[in-house]
Design a protein around this ligand. Structure first.
Ligand code: NAP
Length: 248
């Protein structure tokens, strides 16, 4: 048996675990951060919670005799990706970063790029007065003190403190164009602020903004750790795995 660790928390990680589950030569374990109460669990074995930094992950990889690791975490989960790169080197196992492609603007889009969430907060007041924030739950505080009405959507309760004038909407995708358009209208949104997460499940907000002529402030992805192989889809990741660890 070849043991594989998938660092998860994304639809792509689940799809990869599902695809590998039927392979009798593989023993796949998926790892979740443990932040969501009712996570959508992948096929096969899974574990939950942090490893204790790069050193903890290295020790875990050795103890579990892992042959290869696939970092299929969210493109903005930069810390765990750094730890994965360091731990793969320390434990001397191959590592692949599975990253779905980012979004690209089309005709009619009014996109403005920001380098970080903090940078987006400095740009936002010049672009709108009623902002729809889809940046997750951890960095809302950087929008405090701005003259903006905020509607912030996230999967679970935000990390305090919450900015003034911020209304929270708890919801998990996939979303639809009709639903997103209705939301923008209902809250009289005139600016969408989002991370460049990529993928189809949350893309309808971009189409809704385009249809309504609303500008989008889009936050660039953090740079991935250097020197790590990358794949853009679960199928590419499965092919990489077959090539790198071979038959049992
Ligand atoms: P992060 O800042 O990169 O990681 C912080 C710490 O959380 C890591 O150092 C690690 O703790 C633990 N951790 C993160 N992902 C883990 C995993 N898959 N398995 C075990 N431990 C993990 O991560 P984050 O941005 O908070 O994201 C947390 C999880 O949510 C990830 O699994 C990610 O795929 C998912 N997610 C993130 C976003 C986003 O916008 N950031 C969006 C959707 C889903 P230790 O150092 O103790 O090992």
């Amino acid at each position: 048996m070849r043991r594989v660790l998938i660092l998860g928390g994304t639809a792509e990680a689940r799809a990869l675990a599902d695809a590998l589950a039927g392979d009798p030569a593989l023993d796949v374990v998926s790892s979740l951060a443990g932040r969501t109460d009712q996570p959508r669990l992948p096929a096969g074995r899974s574990r939950s919670g942090g490893f204790g930094g790069a050193a903890g992950l290295t020790a875990w990889l050795r103890a579990e005799r892992i042959h290869a690791m696939i970092d299929a975490t969210h493109p903005f989960a930069a810390e765990i990706s750094r730890h994965a790169a360091a731990a793969a080197t320390a434990a001397d196992i191959p590592l692949l970063a599975l990253r779905r492609p980012g979004w690209t603007p089309g005709p009619g889009d009014r996109w403005h790029w920001a380098d970080t969430v903090r940078h987006a907060a400095t740009l936002a007041p010049a672009l709108g007065s009623r902002a729809f924030l889809t940046i997750g739950r951890q960095e809302l505080a950087v929008f405090a003190g701005l003259d903006l009405h905020l509607l912030a959507r996230m999967v679970r309760d935000p990390t305090p403190p919450l900015p003034r004038n911020c209304r929270v909407l708890l919801a998990r995708g996939p979303f639809t164009l009709a639903g997103e358009s209705a939301l923008l209208r209902e809250h009289r949104i005139d600016l969408l602020v989002t991370k460049d997460s990529g993928g189809g499940a949350t893309a309808p907000k971009l189409a809704a903004a385009r249809a309504s002529g609303i500008p989008v402030l889009i936050i660039r992805r953090p740079p991935p750790p250097g020197g790590v192989d990358t794949a853009a889809s679960p199928a590419e990741a499965a092919a990489w795995l077959a090539a790198r660890i071979g038959p049992a």
